[in-house]
Design a protein around this ligand. Structure first.
Ligand SMILES: [Zn+2]
Length: 291
């Protein structure tokens, strides 16, 4: 498919997501054992900044922050994805669903613990109840945005719109907040050339597993049991039937070789990863969608 006519959204009033401080906030404050409401509403409180990551780095940006401003929106970033895509939370927090939120359509708000909020717009479906606590990576809803669909608001094509709101109530660019101004942010791995997996290779592997296999740990290029458990989950699609124990053995690697065989690997499926196996795996991981 092409994106010559990128999905857009969000005119001047898509900020209609003004959020009342309600029971959910009280519960959140109580859970924090702090001054509750003050922490959610007053800028400058001494809370640690929330840990936020980009759960949509595998999708093309079809509407930048600046493009939103140019058309009168208060800001946001649009990521193209098909309707029904699972939307992971960008950080820990508490859920508030806002159905039919003006031009934003179905909107899920994640109230982070320090007064920051994140909002995803144009959902086709909410998955969690108000007040649900989520971790980074918890799926909070399904994307939408098809023209005229319930919950799409003013969206003109399938995508998710994401913005953050700071404790002062001002919209901020989440990609700027997390120091990732471009789409994605991961460089390509040279494993495709040298057959030797390194930090960049494993960061891309973690990002792929984050997008597709429920990995919620850091994208640090240092795989541990959580990374390998996600790899084993992903390898179910390539014939792996062993345990999800985060301890990859020959059966896990045989499945990886089957994946690599779809990307130019022509060697044996023997569970012994050599340079050619890693090269095939790297060709898979170097696709733009895992940037
Ligand atoms: Zn938008």
């Amino acid at each position: 498919m092409d994106h010559l006519d990128p999905p857009g959204c969000c005119g001047a009033d898509d900020q209609a997501a003004t959020v009342g401080i309600g029971r959910r906030a009280v519960l959140l404050g109580a859970a924090l054992g702090t001054g509750a409401l003050a922490g959610l509403a007053v800028p400058g409180r001494a809370f640690a900044a929330p840990a936020i990551y980009n759960p949509f780095s595998g999708y093309p940006i079809t509407g930048s922050w600046q493009e939103h401003l140019n058309r009168g929106s208060l800001g946001g970033v649009d990521f193209a994805m098909s309707v029904g895509t699972r939307l992971p939370a960008c950080g820990a927090g508490t859920i508030q669903n806002i159905p039919y939120n003006g031009t934003g359509g179905h909107t899920v708000t994640i109230h982070h613990a320090d007064g920051y909020r994140s909002q995803y717009m144009h959902l086709s479906q909410f998955l969690l109840g108000n007040g649900a606590a989520v971790s980074a990576g918890t799926v909070v809803g399904l994307s939408g945005g098809a023209v005229g669909a319930p919950g799409s608001g003013s969206s003109t094509g399938p995508h998710v719109h994401w913005h953050m709101i700071n404790p002062a109530g001002v919209r901020i660019n989440p990609l700027t907040y997390i120091g990732q101004p471009g789409p994605g942010g991961l460089p390509k791995t040279s494993t495709e050339q040298d057959g030797i997996p390194g930090t960049i290779f494993y960061r891309r592997m973690q990002n792929w597993l984050r997008l597709t296999a429920g990995y919620t740990g850091p994208i640090d290029g240092a795989p541990g049991p959580n990374t390998y458990a996600a790899l084993q989950r992903a390898m179910r699609a390539y014939g792996y039937t062993g345990p999800i124990d985060g301890q990859p053995g020959p059966n896990t690697w045989r499945a990886v070789q089957r994946l690599a065989a779809g990307h130019g690997y022509t060697g044996p499926i023997d569970g012994v990863m050599g340079p050619n196996s890693w090269r095939g795996f790297a060709r898979f991981l170097n696709q733009d969608r895992w940037n």
